[in-house]
Design a protein around this ligand. Structure first.
Ligand code: ZN
Length: 364
């Protein structure tokens, strides 16, 4: 098998990077009209800025209000609008779901895609993958496209004002990258780009973990004070770039597999992707029977920054055995990510690992 690595064509991050949009587009040969897709909050917050930034250089654009779920219907709506209005470039401003929806529409049309994440909450912005949910919000499948975004533009002055919970969740998502990369490398499993992990992808996972451990707590303090500091910048990069290309080019395994499976339990729906992934990391480590020196720093980090370490903290307080068995069953369906672990995983093992993770979280 080949080794494959893929990434966005360009990643630009910093305070007021939104102002760089016209020059970044020019550099990459991207043109208008631009279709900007965003939810109600970001539409309100950024509308006048887009107008000034794009209007001042004569790049035509129009805005589309995102309905809230990355579903086939939402993707079709964006695709049809982009086609009908002759959009040359699609830009999504917001969280993972609006990015995934717009990415899918751009891919269907073969047009360039700019990701403008306004939260550092998931590993979605840099990837070439969209996670599709059904109309009930249950994980359905993911679509993998040929190209990563043409541009990922991250404005840290906007991120520092995003909801606190999202920033923390992003660290939870980033926490998983190294462990899933190690599992895939050990098992010589295919990454999400159809090849084996490069040294680069593997080391990006390690760098992501190291950055979170060294800077995560300080970055949260800076976030709370509304300060864009070097530590904060590094953690935004860990959550967005390192986590994003790390997972995609090294691979996913049990942590994200558990996340996906947990969505069958409706009580987990109010919890963010990264929050569920953080608990998934603990289950992942239990499943692999990792030693305390691997598990303890992860649990301590989660507790310090406020990431879930127990079932109760992902909406599964007093969960009966049947619910756990349903989650475990969903996790071990053929073709699911958990099978990227370098050993055979069965449903009873998953139930035990969930219970063990919850016990460790409750003890610590
Ligand atoms: Zn993720």
């Amino acid at each position: 098998m080949q080794t494959v690595f893929s990434s966005p064509a360009r990643y630009t991050q910093g305070p007021d990077s939104i102002e760089q949009l016209p020059s970044e587009m020019a550099l990459l040969g991207l043109s208008g009209p631009v279709l900007i897709v965003s939810g109600p909050t970001m539409t309100k917050q950024l509308e006048s800025r887009w107008q000034r930034i794009l209007g001042s250089v004569g790049i035509p654009y129009r805005m589309h209000l995102f309905p809230g779920e990355c579903s086939i219907a939402a993707i079709d709506e964006v695709r049809e609008l982009a086609e009908r209005t002759g959009a040359a470039t699609l830009l999504a401003a917001g969280g993972g779901k609006v990015l995934d929806t717009t990415r899918s529409a751009a891919a269907a049309l073969g047009r360039p895609f700019i990701a403008f994440p306004t939260v550092a909450s998931t590993d979605s912005p840099c990837s070439a993958i969209s996670v599709i949910y059904d109309h009930r919000g249950i994980y359905d499948t993911f679509h993998s496209f040929a190209r990563n975004p043409d541009l990922v533009l991250v404005d840290t002055k906007i991120i520092v004002k995003s909801p606190r919970r999202y920033f923390i969740a992003g660290m939870g998502d980033g926490l998983s990258t190294v462990f899933e990369a190690r599992a895939c490398v050990r098992g010589e499993r295919e990454n999400l780009r159809g090849g084996l992990a490069t040294v680069a992808a593997r080391d990006i996972g390690e760098a992501c973990y190291r950055t979170l451990m060294e800077d995560g707590r300080d970055a949260l303090t800076d976030f709370d004070a509304g300060r864009v500091t070097p530590a904060f910048e590094r953690v935004v990069e860990a959550n967005t770039l390192l986590s994003g290309i790390g997972f995609e080019s090294a691979g996913l395994a049990a942590a994200h597999g558990i996340h996906n499976a947990m969505t069958v339990a409706e009580n987990t729906h109010p919890y963010l992707h990264g929050e569920k992934v953080a608990f998934g990391v603990l289950v992942h480590l239990m499943l692999e029977e990792q030693p305390p020196e691997v598990i303890e720093p992860v649990v301590r980090f989660c507790k310090d920054v406020g990431l879930p370490t127990t079932l109760a903290e992902v909406g599964l307080a007093e969960t009966d055995r049947t619910t756990l068995e349903n989650i475990a069953q969903a996790a071990v369906e053929p073709g699911e990510l958990i099978h990227n672990e370098p050993f055979k995983v069965t449903a009873p093992q998953v139930v035990d690992a969930i219970i063990a993770a919850d016990a460790v979280g409750n003890q610590s």
